[in-house]
Design a protein around this ligand. Structure first.
Ligand code: TRP
Length: 349
């Protein structure tokens, strides 16, 4: 029987219906910090949604948030390398540069200038209580909290609003930033009476969050992630070392057995089946058999993604060209929005 647990297909909600009926009315923006390769958590959390919407005909912007790297560390190591890897990861999963704009926010001055009026619209108290910022401060590599860390959700509002995106496919951890973006848009419109900005909506994946191999949230910086670009052997090694529990019989029970259940979920997502069904097949064979199934499922699922990535990786000049063109396009869009903002604020001298 097919249950709902690992279902990433999207069921008609009013928003989904509106998108399918008239994709050209929507614009999405989403993106990542260039701090490492994208992994399976990103893929099932948001990447598949980006590609799905792009393919439906929704105009798509993918931001590589390079300034945001400096929120929790003093220096961004190998920034150029990480930026190019991110572009390759997006190509690999099906983001098409002919249909989507991929760009870095540091290359778009007018986007960054929006930060100043936006900062005037939020209070220090609002910034202080952002739960995602609090969590990132707790995991930060820096002893002191920088002004950039404290204000980055407002910068992220500029990332989203510069192109007037109405939809933002993100993971749940980004919801406080979306809420702040909506607040900034609403207050700008109220204060300057211009109706310039839409209040964007988050588009969440229906897939539950995947855990990393250590049983905590899968994350680029924690050494617990399976990168899309990992080799089949590395994938096998990582999964072999994944944390499980002492119970031999394999059951899907996310509450009581989070690590085993997350592995089952991963296999289920790759096979497009229910995790309970896979658990039943493994049953008494235990966690070694489970890990074998997971490894095979992941490697099979990612084979075409990895092949496409390797193909694109041969042509670095193309990667740079796509970025240059993306930056140019983003600059044109940001310039137009900033011009409207300056008019609304009576500062277009
Ligand atoms: N903060 C996001 C993350 O860490 C990255 C990001 C920056 C982003 N700007 C954005 C995501 C705008 C969505 C929209 O994953």
């Amino acid at each position: 029987m097919h249950t709902d647990s690992a279902d990433t297909t999207v069921h008609p909600t009013p928003l989904e219906e509106r998108i399918t009926q008239d994709p050209a009315r929507f614009r999405i923006l989403t993106g990542d910090r260039p701090t490492g390769r994208l992994h399976l958590g990103h893929y099932f959390g948001t990447l598949h949604n980006r590609v799905r919407l792009q393919n439906l005909g929704v105009e798509t912007f993918v931001i590589i948030a390079d300034y945001q790297v400096l929120t929790d560390r003093d220096l961004a190591d190998d920034l150029t390398g990480h930026v190019e890897e991110l572009v390759l990861d997006h190509f690999a999963v099906g983001v098409d540069p002919a249909r989507s704009t991929i760009f870095t926010h540091s290359a778009v001055p007018a986007l960054n200038q929006l930060l100043l009026p936006f900062l005037s619209l939020v209070s220090v108290a609002e910034l202080s209580r952002n739960p995602t910022v609090k969590d990132e401060i707790a995991h930060s590599r820096q002893a002191a909290v920088s002004g950039l860390m404290f204000t980055y959700p407002v910068h992220q509002a500029a990332d989203i609003l510069f192109c007037k995106a109405g939809l933002v496919p993100v993971g749940r951890d980004q919801l406080p930033h979306l809420e702040l973006t909506r607040t900034v848009a609403r207050r700008f419109n109220e204060r300057y009476g211009a109706g310039i900005f839409p209040e964007p909506e988050a588009l969440l994946s229906r897939a539950p969050v995947l855990l990393g191999t250590d049983g905590t949230k899968m994350s680029k910086g924690r050494g617990n992630a399976i990168a899309l670009a990992a080799s089949p052997d590395d994938t096998a090694r990582l999964i072999r070392g994944a944390k499980t529990d002492a119970e031999r019989h394999i059951h899907y029970d996310p509450e009581r057995r989070p690590e085993v259940s997350s592995l089952l979920l991963l296999a289920a997502l790759c096979q497009d089946r229910a995790p309970e069904e896979i658990a039943d097949e493994i049953g008494a064979l235990g966690s070694a058999a489970l890990k074998k199934v997971v490894t095979e499922s992941v490697n099979e699922y990612l084979a075409p993604v990895r092949a496409r990535r390797a193909e694109y990786a041969r042509d670095r000049a193309q990667v740079r060209r796509v970025l240059r063109e993306g930056n140019e396009r983003a600059r044109a869009v940001a310039d137009a929005t900033l011009a409207e903002v300056r008019t609304a604020m009576n500062s277009d001298y």
